[in-house]
Design a protein around this ligand. Structure first.
Ligand SMILES: Cc1ncc(COP(=O)(O)O)c(C=O)c1O
Length: 394
């Protein structure tokens, strides 16, 4: 087995020195070795990709659709995405010039950050947040400016945004908003988005909205997009990973005004050439004929959320009501203290339930843990039982 020549390890891209591997994954791996553990750590739907979507991909493979697809995406998929966005948020994006198909929402994020950011640029990141943003932003040499939203129930307010834009975020090129949020499950109400849009309009700044959980919104909450209010500034990201349980297929997309989309498409083609043919055909099937699939998933997740939320609250965990995605971001019980890392580690070792320490999601996450309820109902029941024993014996 070859060992890298010792003089070479010091000459790799020096930005990597500032980047640590995902703490969420590292923690997950650490607790995975505990025998009998139930893991509520990773944001991976336990549901399966719908059969009709799988069948569309199989038919496509058998028809030898296995060549380079058009770089921004197959026309029928661009059309299906455009129709979906029109149906869901009532904004028209021209399939020929305003949409790009990407390798998952992660590919979309990379395309956008590489399109917008130069080394030294600032981008506002409301926290707690899905931590990969930090790494991808730093890979471009840009600086993520964390905006802790804890005091406002994990929702960025227009006043807070203005304060940051006039202060330590002055000159920021962009803000990225996750809605619904991972890790908090919070959903931005329409009037808050509208008011945020009013502030954003006053500054020379792009907004980027990560709407990967848009289809997973519960109760009275409704998903809206900044694209409804500032379509001329917003860059929208979404994909099929979460709503259709298709994380492994790697299908995401971006919608944005054509002037910026031209550059985004260029970067996407440099990075990946094009997205896998049969995956694109599966996505056409999901978007055109699978409109009931997310509804089914929603019903399942909502029942689990209700069960877990009420169970945890009875045990003394507090939370800002989760309304979307499949996460609960819970404040650990007062009698334990505030060390979420220690709490999560002890819970894993003693109660055999894996949850993720809140501090891994950036400022405002200390003292909290994230639980993913994308696990089977039986597993959730058992984990609540174990958490209950653990907390009651503290
Ligand atoms: C907020 C957010 N954005 C993007 C992604 C990545 O999505 P994909 O698997 O489509 O790359 C995730 C996955 O957990 C996420 O939570």
């Amino acid at each position: 087995m070859p060992n890298l020549s010792s003089d070479l390890s010091s000459i790799i891209n020096e930005r990597l020195n500032n980047l640590t591997a995902s703490k969420i994954r590292a923690f997950d791996q650490k607790v995975s070795n505990i025998p009998g553990i139930i893991k509520l750590t990773i944001g991976e739907p336990d549901l399966a990709t719908p059969d009709h979507v799988k069948e569309a991909a199989i038919r496509d493979i058998q028809a030898n659709d296995s060549h380079y697809a058009p770089q921004a995406g197959k026309p029928e998929l661009l059309e299906a995405i455009s129709n979906y966005l029109e149906r869901s948020i009532n904004v028209h994006y021209d399939p020929t010039s305003e949409i790009c198909v990407t390798v998952g929402a992660t590919g979309a994020l990379n395309d956008i950050f590489m399109t917008l950011l130069n080394p030294g640029d600032k981008i506002l990141v409301p926290t707690p947040v899905w931590a990969l943003y930090f790494q991808l932003i730093k890979m471009t040499g840009a600086i993520p400016v964390q905006v802790d939203t804890k005091k406002d129930g994990f929702i960025l307010t227009p006043e807070h945004l203005r304060h940051v834009l006039n202060g330590r975020g002055k000159g920021a090129k962009a803000i990225i908003l996750t809605d619904p949020s991972n890790p908090t499950g919070r959903v931005y109400p329409a009037d808050t988005l509208k008011a945020l849009a009013e502030v954003i309009k006053e500054y020379k700044i792009f907004s980027v909205t990560d709407e990967i959980y848009a289809e997973l919104v519960y109760g009275k909450a409704q998903h809206h997009s900044l694209s409804e209010y500032i379509p001329n500034r917003n860059i929208l990201i979404s994909g099929l990973s979460k709503a259709y349980a298709m994380t492994g297929w790697r299908l995401g997309y971006i919608a944005a005004p054509k002037q910026i989309m031209k550059s985004i498409r260029k970067i996407n083609s440099f990075l990946v050439t094009s997205v896998t043919d049969n995956v694109q055909i599966a996505a056409v099937e999901a978007l055109n004929n699978g409109q009931n699939d997310p509804k089914e998933a929603r019903k399942i997740y909502e029942a689990r959320l209700t069960f877990m939320q009420s169970g945890l609250e009875k045990l003394g965990f507090e939370m800002a009501t989760p309304q979307g995605a499949f996460y609960i971001f819970a404040k650990i019980p007062e009698k334990y203290g505030t060390d979420d890392e220690q709490f999560a580690f002890e819970l894993a070792q003693k109660a055999k339930v894996g949850v993720t320490p809140g501090r891994y999601f950036g400022k405002g996450g200390e003292g909290y843990v994230r639980l993913s309820y994308a696990s089977s109902t039986e597993q959730l029941k058992e984990s609540l039982h174990r958490i209950s024993n653990f907390v009651n014996n503290l």
